[in-house]
Design a protein. Structure first.
Length: 226
């Protein structure tokens, strides 16, 4: 599928949710050319002549990617890539260079670069790479949102309900949980019902999947100190 199909899947009628492409290059002609190219397929674009200006800009939580020149005046693109990781800014980075070499490319890719382009590049190649980068970032944001919702559900459980959940996902029956926690089986059933409701779990298997997604289980729970 070409870039058009990918981009159609990540566009939104809500302007504030339209994907954003950031461009950092100290060559004004490159900034102008990329802005025009990306605007032509309906993307919002913000351009910057330096890493410092890009870092000071507040970022919206929308699918985004960064097209970044390796060699910049002042702070280099590779340095910016490291700073983004240190600030937990995880949008995909597509590098450009007119002076690239193998060592530089390897360093950028090992640090997590999404793609690497030698100038001049083909417009369609850049559009395709941007489309794939935005699709990846959209999936990342969706996963983070799902995790945040799930974490909120888990935090709504009482400490004892969390304990019961952890025993349930470990495969223990109500009778075994009751004996382990010093509770009646009826009380365990009540707590278990609350857990299933608050976690919006359709089945024990669904609860197990959610616990795995959250990374919770008996090893995170010292129920004897409750």
């Amino acid at each position: 599928m070409g870039s058009g199909g990918h981009l159609a899947s990540i566009r939104s009628t809500d302007e504030s949710a339209v994907p954003m492409v950031y461009v950092v290059d100290d060559d004004e002609s490159i900034r102008i050319a990329l802005k025009g190219l990306l605007n032509s397929v309906g993307l919002r674009v913000q351009t910057f002549p330096s890493s410092e200006e890009f870092l000071t800009l507040p970022k919206n939580e929308v699918p985004s990617c960064l097209i970044l020149d390796v060699r910049l005046r002042g702070k280099s693109g590779l340095t910016l890539q490291t700073e983004l990781a240190n600030h937990d800014i995880r949008m995909p980075v597509l590098f450009m260079t007119a002076h690239g070499d193998i060592a530089m490319t390897v360093k950028a890719m090992k640090a997590g670069a999404f793609d690497f382009f030698a100038k001049p590049f083909k417009e369609q190649d850049m559009l395709d790479a941007v489309a794939h980068a935005l699709a990846r970032d959209k999936a990342r944001l969706a996963a983070e949102q799902s995790l945040a919702v799930l974490r909120s559900c888990y935090n709504s459980l009482t400490p004892r309900e969390q304990d019961v959940m952890n025993f349930v996902v470990a495969g223990m029956m109500n009778k075994e949980i009751a004996a382990q926690m010093g509770l009646s089986e009826v009380t365990v059933k009540v707590h278990r019902g609350h857990v299933m409701k608050k976690m919006a779990a359709l089945s024990v298997a669904d609860l197990v999947r959610k616990a795995e997604f959250l990374g919770v289980g008996l090893d995170q729970c010292d129920w004897s100190k409750r």
